[in-house]
Design a protein around this ligand. Structure first.
Ligand SMILES: Cc1cc2nc3c(=O)[nH]c(=O)nc-3n(C[C@H](O)[C@H](O)[C@H](O)COP(=O)(O)OP(=O)(O)OC[C@H]3O[C@@H](n4cnc5c(N)ncnc54)[C@H](O)[C@@H]3O)c2cc1C
Length: 418
């Protein structure tokens, strides 16, 4: 939707084909009993400095981003402590011992300046060991890896990618923020631009790419060829197999189908009364997970006097084969939330539980750093492009998706110039 709007603003006629009955995909917004629900936690890293903000600016709209308040963690000992997000917290948080505070201050100043490129292939686990990081510091980096990369699996998570992201947060002085009014106004903005000259068709599942030699002719929809000058695919690369079968080298498709996404359980609660005043991120050490009281950040998302809580526990995608284990993980997570937030259980008006085998299109791990992910222009087909959060765009988690919009846009314009 972002890329469609960006092309439309320059006068291009864009046709969006969406197989489901509504737009938004994994960022879809729904209304429920007076609440406005994102699809799980949906924050924007770097707020006004994000690629999303840049895209909106090109569409003539300056988005207001709401900063988050203090973050908290329920530590392994069950005590709730400040989760450090700035220099003052590093000096005072009870998550760290005195020695750990000194160490993290020294590390943060090193992270600000360091060249991370040689750490991309090193796992967070090995980096922690090499730097003798233990105790509260280790738990801190574990939770940062869980929330920033949606990858708490330290043997897999890339130390370089993690530290690059931390470096950018330190440089900009901004971490995650939330768009004023939520995500619905953003989708309205994109839709309006696309519909100026083009069209958005829902209930329109694309069956296949139509191609001849090295050029895409368009796409097939219910057997009918819809011609197009260029085609942009915006779904996780691991799901592209059927659409591209025969058009793209089989080993490439096979490679994409093996991309490992982030995955997890989402729990959302509509609460009849306020249960917590936390307006930053909240973290659990067991199970490693995090969440927000979304309506503490943007009150418009819940009816007056009520509260909206959203939580994500990242899990390895392989665990989705075992339904019973997933159900047990959901119960364990809920028990931990009830212990973290006294009064939560009694205040529940409704709950939504989602077991999601794809949260982000790729996990930013040592085997899937940016240069190893699918490019924006598909080799061998000159007018076929890829966008989304499994591509070679920089960043982690959803940022990859937002960054991919600008990267793909540049790839399209470069192809047109040549
Ligand atoms: C629980 C959760 C939390 C997240 N948190 C954040 C966050 O905090 N911040 C952030 O920036 N991002 C976050 N993300 C990621 C963000 O939602 C995605 O990066 C973004 O939605 C990707 O958009 P997309 O258009 O590339 O892909 P998708 O959202 O997957 O959209 C692809 C669309 O293509 C449609 N489609 C599939 N096949 C076909 C077909 N054959 N024909 C037609 N249509 C088809 C699908 O129905 C879907 O609507 C989160 C995602 C999840 C699931």
């Amino acid at each position: 939707m972002q890329l469609g709007a960006l092309l439309a603003v320059e006068g291009e006629k864009v046709l969006v084909l969406e197989k489901s009955s509504r737009i938004g995909g994994r960022a879809a917004v729904v209304k429920k009993d007076g609440y406005t629900l994102d699809y799980g936690i949906h924050l924007v890293r770097f707020g006004p400095h994000s690629a999303l903000a840049e895209t909106c600016r090109r569409l003539g709209r300056e988005i207001e981003f709401i900063p988050l308040g203090t973050s908290y963690v329920q530590d392994e000992d069950g005590v709730v402590k400040v989760f450090p997000t700035g220099p003052k917290d590093f000096l005072t948080s009870r998550l760290f011992t005195f020695r750990e505070r000194l160490k993290i201050i020294a590390m943060i100043s090193r992270i600000r300046r360091a060249d991370m490129s040689n750490l991309l292939d090193q796992s967070v686990a090995s980096w922690l060991e090499e730097n003798k990081i233990t105790g509260g510091l280790r738990r801190y980096f574990h939770l940062v890896s869980a929330s920033m990369l949606v990858c708490p699996f330290l043997e897999k998570a890339s130390a370089g990618e993690l530290l690059l992201n931390m470096q950018k947060v330190l440089r900009l002085g901004v971490s995650v923020m939330y768009p004023r009014g939520g995500w619905a106004p953003l989708f309205d903005l994109f839709s309006r631009w696309i519909k100026k000259r083009g069209e958005i068709r829902t209930g329109a599942p694309v069956e296949k790419i139509a191609w001849d030699k090295n050029r895409v002719q368009g796409v097939y929809l219910q057997g009918e060829l819809i011609p197009a000058r260029k085609v942009i695919l915006s779904l996780p690369a691991l799901q592209l197999g059927e659409l591209l079968e025969g058009a793209v080298a089989p080993d490439l498709l096979e490679q994409w189908s093996r991309l490992r996404p982030t995955a997890g359980i989402v729990l959302e609660y509509g609460l009849s009364r306020p249960v917590s005043g936390i307006s930053g991120l909240a973290y659990l050490c067991r199970p490693v997970s995090f969440g927000i009281f979304t309506s503490n950040i943007e009150p418009a998302l819940a009816p007056r006097g009520k509260q909206l809580l959203t939580w994500l526990a990242p899990l390895p995608v392989e665990s989705f084969a075992d339904k019973a284990a997933l159900a047990a993980a959901e119960q364990e997570l809920e028990r931990a939330l009830f212990s973290f937030f006294p009064g939560l259980e009694e205040a529940i008006e409704w709950r939504r539980a989602m077991h999601l085998p794809v949260v982000d299109g790729v996990e930013v791990n040592i085997d899937q750093t940016a240069s190893r992910r699918p490019p924006f222009k598909v080799a061998g087909l000159e007018n076929l492009f890829l966008v989304g959060d499994s591509t070679a765009a920089p960043g982690a988690g959803g940022d990859v998706g937002h960054e991919s919009v600008l990267c793909c846009y540049r790839a399209i314009r470069e192809w047109e110039r040549n």
